[in-house]
Design a protein around this ligand. Sequence first.
Ligand SMILES: NC(=O)c1ccc[n+]([C@@H]2O[C@H](COP(=O)([O-])OP(=O)(O)OC[C@H]3O[C@@H](n4cnc5c(N)ncnc54)[C@H](O)[C@@H]3O)[C@@H](O)[C@H]2O)c1
Length: 352
Amino acid sequence: MEKIKVAVIGCGTIANTAHIKAYLANPSAEIKYFCDTVIEKAEKAVSDYGCGEAVEDYRELLKDPEIEAVSICTPNDVHAAIAIDCLRAGKNVLCEKPAARTYAEALEMQRVQHETGKVLNIGVVNRFNTGVNIIKKMIGNGELGELYHIYVSFRSQRSIPGLGGAFTTKAIAGGGALIDWGVHYLDIVMYCSGDPQPRTVTGQTYSKLGRDMKNYAYLNMWAGPPNYAGTYDVDDFVTAMIRTEGPSITLNGAWAQNIGVEEMYIDFLGDKAGIRLQYGADFKVYGAHNGALLETTPKFKSDNMFQNEIDGFLSCIRTGEKLPSHIDTVILSSKIIQAIYDSSDSGAEISF
Ligand SMILES: NC(=O)c1ccc[n+]([C@@H]2O[C@H](COP(=O)([O-])OP(=O)(O)OC[C@H]3O[C@@H](n4cnc5c(N)ncnc54)[C@H](O)[C@@H]3O)[C@@H](O)[C@H]2O)c1
């Protein structure tokens, strides 16, 4: 069968660490374009990977009828505009998470997906994680009994990314810890619990530790170094409570906090058993049997979730299969994240 010609838009960290390698490892794909507004980055990709053509403006590759698939690996501010242009040009799209800066932008992307019928998957890569899928199966099989609550913690001591840059500028990123890290955690919660509809959302976000940029002390900074002339107007801490038609959910997240213990996990609480998933690692199952308390750490071979995500994207272009990363499912977490920000701004609970 003819190879699927691919364009990668945005040749930064996630493109180089995940998307490009996964396309190169899939025999049904061929990368035809690397696109970046910083053309040197696109040219470097051409030379590093020995394929493709470098372009500065994504509109160039939209004109090429051979291009069937596009990965959008740009900062969040241009996700919606590029995805919509690509869909309208007849391309199938895998757009990095979060879908967009706001729920309104994500809804517009979904509307254009419905209008064009082309694939629009979002980079909620944990839906392709082996351990996460085992947990989903266990919950679905009733092995936890009634799943009544999910407790989420993604709290790091001082891990603000790229202080003063795209990640900490609301106009570009749409938000901070909640939209950048929380989107992955909330997505795992939604996926494993069957994507339940939210009923009410209350939340509070804080922008505290990074505000005084010059005096922000830290050990490591990804996406750095700091740009002290830049902007810091996003949340570095969030707390929220979500009621759904299924379990209730509480979450606490911090890019930065004055507590030196990192807690990155999700607790699934059932009346028969509970699961603690350490983010990006293994999980433990807790229960009781014959009057004894049980604790198990399942062992399994983990696939590369980014490879699964890209393989799934390429294959669904041919088969028409609707993957769990389709905009129609991801839209729910986008709605919840927006409601947390809106609740924080208004000081009131949001009801649906
Ligand atoms: N799935 C994950 O786990 C994961 C991990 C990291 C980042 N991400 C997401 O990936 C996206 C990119 O993050 P990153 O860390 O790779 O950022 P990055 O800054 O390293 O790379 C982004 C690249 O996009 C380019 N760019 C900006 N505007 C463009 C445009 N209009 N056209 C073409 N290129 C453009 C920039 O020049 C840059 O090279 C973000 O949305 C982020 O949330 C996802």
